[in-house]
Design a protein around this ligand. Sequence first.
Ligand SMILES: [Zn+2]
Length: 482
Amino acid sequence: MALFSVAVVAAAAVTAAAQPSASIRYLVEFRGGTDIAVTISLPEPVGRPTQFVMPRAIPMGYGSHPYDRFVVGLTARDRDGRPIDLIDLEGPRWTIRSGPDRPLGTITYRVNLERMERMILSAGDASRVRPDFIGLLGYAIFGFVEGLQDHPIDLEVRVPPGWPIVTTLMPTVEATGATRARAANFYALADAQIMGGPGLAQRRVASGVPLLVASYSEGPLDLAALVSLADTALRQAAAWFGSTPFPHFTVSLEALRPVSPDHQYQFSMEHLESATFRYQAGQVDVSPAGRTRLHYNLLHHLAHAWIPKRCAPAGYYPFVWDYSAPIEMIWFSEGWAQYAAADMLALGTPDPAATRRRLTARRFEEAGADTLPPIGGLSTAALSAISAHQYSDDFRLAQTTFARGGLMADAIDRRIRERTGGRKNFRDVVHALLAWCATATTPVTVETLVTAARGATGVEVGDLIEQWLVPRGRSAPGRPRP
Ligand SMILES: [Zn+2]
């Protein structure tokens, strides 16, 4: 829940009266150097004070980054081009002193990408620019006018003439110099990525769900092997989930020379219709030994396009952009989705049951058994709430949270297989859950999971879920107050 100032409430009231179908126009321009320029043009001028917001939290990023600090030269203007006063607030917001005599028409700013990449140590969370490449994450460069988040958006991107340019909103379009796309709302725009430049390699596979593999590598990369693996993973995920809720999918991969020894290059990120993978140059391993790991990583992030992107517990929607909101069911979003990925991978092997067992042991059992304080002794909901803003800062928290969910999914799968004589399994539960999510207006709860399992398989799993939610391991001993 977010606290809104009086000015924001006023802006929301104005929005309610505005036409909800009118598109906001976002223009991104890159002409070389370290900055991009962004212009936001409103369809209807806002005649009251309002706020401009840059994200600090990333959907499913379980952490925060101060993207507002890389904004340079923020300017608000009325429709005649006259500047409107701005007040820089605490947090990633500015009050815009628009009014009936000076209604807000456009917002312009630049984003310093070089500074962003230098200051954000996790490579997957920063946008970047090179002499031959530009890679932009929507949430790192786009802000919104409070109250207008649900308006559709027309995006235009302009880059130097001759530069290939693509956005994950419209990856089937092969454009140079400029491209356009449409986003359903600010969330979809922020969730998308833009990539361009002569250094960008694009490979499209059109035989199934249209797939784009867009990569930029500062070292050797076996692109053909990567494309083949991504195509296989996409087909497996679509088959496993029994649906394709996206019209196309993009795998965006950057293999980079480290900016500094402190920068990290191992986190990947899921999106509505894409996934971004960041590696250190030369470390995308498609050898027989490394192939399984990369395959699992692809499946894992593909699975997220269903869970939780389209089937989420409380805390994911409506998304809070100012800070990482607490989420108590990351064990479901990560644990269940990862178990799904393990099952998909296992199904492609000669002995699926043995492979599933091996993957479960390797991925979940060790981490799920972390029984020492201060991580042991916590309930899984409490662990999840902490992980919601420190997932990548302390990976023990992440591992323990998703491992408990993964082991829970494994226990559910094994019980269902056993009690139905192998006729039903975990996948049937997920299918029932997705069918529920397709029309539900409320978040997934434990009760939703129990009901989905019962309805799809006739098997009761509430006790197994409960078993993996209660505090596990040893609590820290009580001590007298210092
Ligand atoms: Zn994940």
